[in-house]
Design a protein around this ligand. Sequence first.
Ligand SMILES: [Zn+2]
Ligand SMILES: [Zn+2]
Length: 374
Amino acid sequence: MSEAATARTIRAALLEAPNKPLVIVDDVEIRAPLVGEVRVQVKHCGLCHSDLSIINGSFPAGLPIVLGHEASGIVDAVGPGESRLAPGDRVVLTPCPPCGNCYWCVRNEHSLCVNIASLMTNTLPDGSTGLTRNGEPVFRGLGVGAFGEYVITPSTGAIKISDDVPLDVACVLGCAVQTGVGAALNTANITEGDTVLVMGLGGVGMSVVQGARLAGASKIFVSDPVAERRETARKFGATHLIDPTEIEDVASHVISMTEVGVDHAFEAAGVGALTEVGIAATRNGGTIVMVGAPPLSDVVTLMPSLMVIQQKKVTGCTLGSCNSLHEIPRMIGLYQADRLDLEGLITMRRPIEEINEAAEDLTASRGIRTVLNF
Ligand SMILES: [Zn+2]
Ligand SMILES: [Zn+2]
């Protein structure tokens, strides 16, 4: 029987108001893990566009908040009776820890688990956050809150990985790779020979490209205004690069290259209007996956008369429709077999103190992923 864990005082990057720089503070209190929870010492955390959307105010969130949801670390303490994880385990954190018992989990739809509400509430599933500062609650951003030295998570939110997988690389599995590769393999269910269009080449879009390659897609069109990103996408498996500032009608271009349109289109830029481009670019009966995270004000227009005849399927996608407990080990297996490139996504590493510079890079579409180190 190990000694009961106690609260810790930690350093964290705190967002106190939208459109303000994050501040590094060293006086956030994090409680000990309860039954069914673990506390993890964060080592690395990627900065994702969803973090940025809260920082710049396009997603409203309770404040102050510790963001960061693409992380890896080492289990520090476990709640009473924990059998799956132990202190010292190396883990990847996931923003959607499946409860295993809800309406969706028992139907194998784990990415719809009731726990996914944590992404919107920025709390733990029970409504608490586990974090306080000067006695006031601090929100736990996007299901993890990993821009702090430690996080509390339901124990299914931490997936153990083996000693030979570097933590500073594995972190990107938590959001970008799980989401993008999962969108290709699980949500769209791409099969060998299919044709694909990916719009937006951030960490998620690049991972959709890799997922499409893994699934054996024959043509992978990518569209992004940044030339460097398009070239990187080629390394991940893109076969046709489109500069949307040059080719105005991306849908017509893609149709001209495939005769009927692509089998699957992905909106991975977080721009609602691109969903309409995806619908136009997809063949009758094809699938359009909305995997970007557009501002709440964005609206998509559908023509019902066309949808009836063309039988296209428009679907949302959170976290790649993944069951993280299965998917993260599966993706690590692909990484170890040299079939999934994680290093190639990470274009910059910075200490947590440089998180505002990392946010500026992401706003300006410089690089793909910046990983913050503790
Ligand atoms: Zn994310
Ligand atoms: Zn569930």
